[in-house]
Design a protein around this ligand. Structure first.
Ligand SMILES: [Zn+2]
Ligand SMILES: [Zn+2]
Length: 196
């Protein structure tokens, strides 16, 4: 039994953003609620011991497991994070560019509508807000575009940060040699599929 095996797993977040900020790559678990993000930081991440914070990426096909955990000065409220995500451009950029170090921050994800944004804001269709017709249900005015409604999102990074220096990419066959990744997949993948 490793020390990680008693820590509850937390996956109630939307995903992970990878951003340059403060001259370093940031790994940003995304929440939709500001209060939830504040209490998650206050109760759990604040107590993490920086040199013991670990991120493991386990790539399986076009998806990957994001696994984040740490020793804590307050073990009673400690959590480990995981999420199964699709590989993305930003994910690949982080993989190439992190150089062994990153900042961990939480982010709050906010959906934006046409009335919330500046004219130059980009829609998910890649066209600007000014190219969407406010009089016609926000439809995109580009003939070649089938976007019917302006939609965008914004990630607000919270200021507090922790430094991560233990970042590893693993293949599934190597997971058993890594206590944190092994505990995560054992609990959240293997034992679940056996039950079915
Ligand atoms: Zn659009
Ligand atoms: Zn468009």
């Amino acid at each position: 039994m490793s020390i990680h095996s008693s820590i509850p797993w937390f996956d109630d977040f939307m995903g992970v953003a990878y951003r340059y900020y403060d001259l370093r790559m940031n790994v940003v678990p995304l929440l939709t609620d500001r209060k939830q993000s504040a209490s998650l930081w206050h109760d759990t991440i604040h107590w993490w011991v920086d040199p013991s914070i670990k991120i493991r990426f386990v790539e399986i096909g076009d998806k990957y497991w994001f696994i984040l955990g740490s020793d804590s000065q307050k073990p009673d409220t400690n959590l480990s994070f995981f999420k199964v995500l699709h590989k993305s451009e930003n994910y690949e950029r982080f993989k190439k560019g992190h150089g062994g170090e990153a900042y961990l921050r939480l982010g709050v994800y906010a959906k934006k509508t046409l009335s919330d944004v500046k004219k130059s804001a980009l829609c998910n269709c890649s066209h600007e807000a000014r190219d969407h017709d406010e009089g016609d249900n926000d439809v995109c005015l580009y003939n070649s575009c089938d976007c019917k409604k302006f939609a965008s999102f914004q990630v607000n990074l919270l200021k507090r940060k922790k430094t991560i220096t233990d970042i590893l990419y693993l293949e599934e066959k190597d997971v058993k040699d890594d206590p944190l990744a092994w505990n995560c997949l054992n609990k959240n993948k293997y034992s679940k599929s056996e039950q079915n």
